[in-house]
Design a protein around this ligand. Structure first.
Ligand code: ZN
Length: 394
C-alpha cells in the first residue's frame, strides 16, 4: 500500500535561493513543453507524447545550462506531470464533461518538483541530501515506518515560502485481523465537527475559531490598506500564513480523531460525500466538503491498517428521519433537537442523523427499525443528547 509522509525542510538562505531557482526552471520546462504540444497540434495536427518530449531532453540539456543544472529524472517527472494533465483533460472530454485545457503555470501555481528517491535525493545522516543544493536540514518529527520503500520525494514550496519534502512510500500490505469492536455511525456537521451514533458530539476544536478570527481580522485590516503598499503586502503574507496554519491544525486534528475511531470501532459508517442531496442543509455542508473528504481519506486508510471497515451510505434525509420509528420529522437548520411527535424519541439533531447513517449500512438495513435503538443501547428513557452510550455490533 502507498502512503505519504510530509516533513518540513529548513534550507539555509543559499539553499533556499537555489531551490527557488530550480523550481523556476522546472516551471519554464513545463510551460515550454505545454507550448510545444499546443503548437504541434495547431499547426500540424500532431499530438506530442510524453516519450517524444522526454527524448528531446538530452539535446535540450546540451545547450540549456539551466535545464542541465536540474536532475535528469526530475525533468522527466515534470514532463510526466504535464502528460497526466493532458490525460485527465482527454478523459474528461471523452466522458462528456467540459474540462479546462491544461494551463500555463504562473510562479504562484507551480510549487513542486518530484524526484525519484536515490536519484539526486536521499536521506543522509538526518538531513535531506539534494543534488546541487547540498544537505538540507529536515525536521523528521515522526520516523518513516519500518519496511518502507521510498519511491519518490516531492519538494514543495508553500505559498508563504516554506519548504516541505513529501515522501511517497510503499509498504507491504499488513495481514490484520478484522477489528472485533462495535459499529458506529458518524454525521459530519457544521455546529460540531461530527456527531457519533453513541451520542458523543465531537466539537470543532477551539483553535479553529481562534485562527479563523485572526484571519478575519487580518482580512479586514488589509481591506483598509492601499493595494500594493508595504502594509498591504505584510498583511497578505500574514493571511497566507494563517491559511496554512489552519490547514496544518485541521490535518493534525483529523489524524487524531480518525486514529481514535479506528481504535474503538470495528465498523464505521459515514455519509457518502459524492451523493449530494439538494436540501438546504446539504448545500450549507458543501462548503466543508474539502475538509471532510480529507478526514474520510485519513479514516479509510487508517481503518485498513487497523482491520476496521468503513462503509459509506447515501445520507439524504438523515436529519429529518426519526431514528426510532422512521417517521419524517421536518426541521429547520436552526432546530438543534430532534423530537418525534409520533413516538416521542428525543435526541440531539446530529446524533439522530448519525443513528440513521448507522442504520443504513448493509449490516443494519435488514433489521426492522423498531428495536434498533435498543440494540445500540438507546431507548426512550435514556435518549438525551450528548449522553455517551455504548453501541454493540450486530
Ligand atoms: Zn419517532
Amino acid at each position: 500500500m502507498k502512503r505519504s509522509y510530509r516533513y518540513r525542510l529548513k534550507p539555509n538562505r543559499q539553499q533556499s535561493r537555489t531551490l527557488s531557482r530550480m523550481l523556476e526552471t522546472h516551471r519554464q520546462l513545463y510551460n515550454a513543453a505545454l507550448q510545444e504540444r499546443q503548437e504541434a497540434w495547431r499547426m500540424r495536427r500532431v499530438s506530442v507524447s510524453y516519450v517524444m518530449q522526454a527524448n528531446q531532453l538530452k539535446e535540450i540539456r546540451s545547450f540549456d545550462d539551466e535545464i542541465a543544472f536540474l536532475k535528469y529524472s526530475s525533468c522527466q517527472q515534470t514532463l510526466r506531470r504535464l502528460d497526466k494533465a493532458f490525460a485527465a483533460f482527454f478523459r474528461r472530454l471523452k466522458a462528456g464533461q467540459e474540462p479546462g485545457y491544461p494551463r500555463y503555470k504562473s510562479r504562484r501555481r507551480f510549487k513542486s518538483v518530484a524526484y525519484v528517491y536515490g536519484d539526486g535525493v536521499r536521506l543522509k545522516e538526518g538531513r535531506l541530501y539534494v543534488q546541487n543544493i547540498g544537505r538540507v536540514r529536515i525536521r523528521l518529527h515522526r520516523p518513516l515506518p519500518a519496511g518502507a520503500k521510498i519511491k519518490q520525494v516531492v519538494i514543495k514550496r508553500s505559498n508563504s515560502g516554506e519548504w516541505y519534502a513529501c515522501f511517497q512510500i510503499e509498504l507491504p500490505t499488513p495481514q490484520v485481523e478484522p477489528h472485533p469492536g462495535p459499529a458506529v455511525g458518524i454525521d459530519l456537521g457544521l455546529q460540531h465537527f461530527a456527531a457519533l451514533s453513541t451520542g458523543e458530539l465531537v466539537a470543532n476544536p477551539r483553535w479553529f475559531r481562534e485562527t479563523e478570527a485572526a484571519l478575519a481580522l487580518a482580512q479586514r485590516q488589509r481591506a483598509r490598506c492601499q493595494r500594493g503598499s508595504r502594509r498591504y503586502r505584510e498583511l497578505s503574507l500574514r493571511i497566507v500564513r494563517l491559511h496554512e496554519k489552519i490547514a496544518r491544525q485541521r490535518r493534525d486534528f483529523q489524524h487524531k480523531l480518525s486514529r481514535r475511531l479506528v481504535q474503538d470501532f470495528g465498523l464505521i459508517v459515514v455519509e457518502d460525500l459524492h451523493i449530494l442531496g439538494l436540501s438546504r442543509s446539504m448545500l450549507a455542508k458543501s462548503v466543508h466538503d474539502a475538509g471532510w473528504s480529507q478526514f474520510l481519506f485519513f479514516l479509510t486508510y487508517k481503518a485498513e491498517e487497523a482491520g476496521s471497515e468503513v462503509e459509506s451510505v447515501a445520507a439524504n434525509g438523515t436529519t429529518q428521519e426519526c431514528a426510532y420509528c422512521g417517521t419524517f420529522v421536518p426541521k429547520t437548520l436552526a432546530e438543534r433537537q430532534h423530537h418525534c411527535p409520533h413516538c416521542g424519541f428525543t435526541a440531539s439533531r446530529d446524533v439522530n442523523a448519525a443513528l440513521n447513517i448507522l442504520f443504513r449500512s448493509t449490516a443494519w438495513a435488514e433489521r426492522p427499525r423498531k428495536g434498533l435503538l435498543s440494540l445500540v443501547g438507546l431507548d426512550l428513557s435514556t435518549s438525551q443528547q450528548a449522553e455517551v452510550v455504548g453501541s454493540r455490533r450486530l
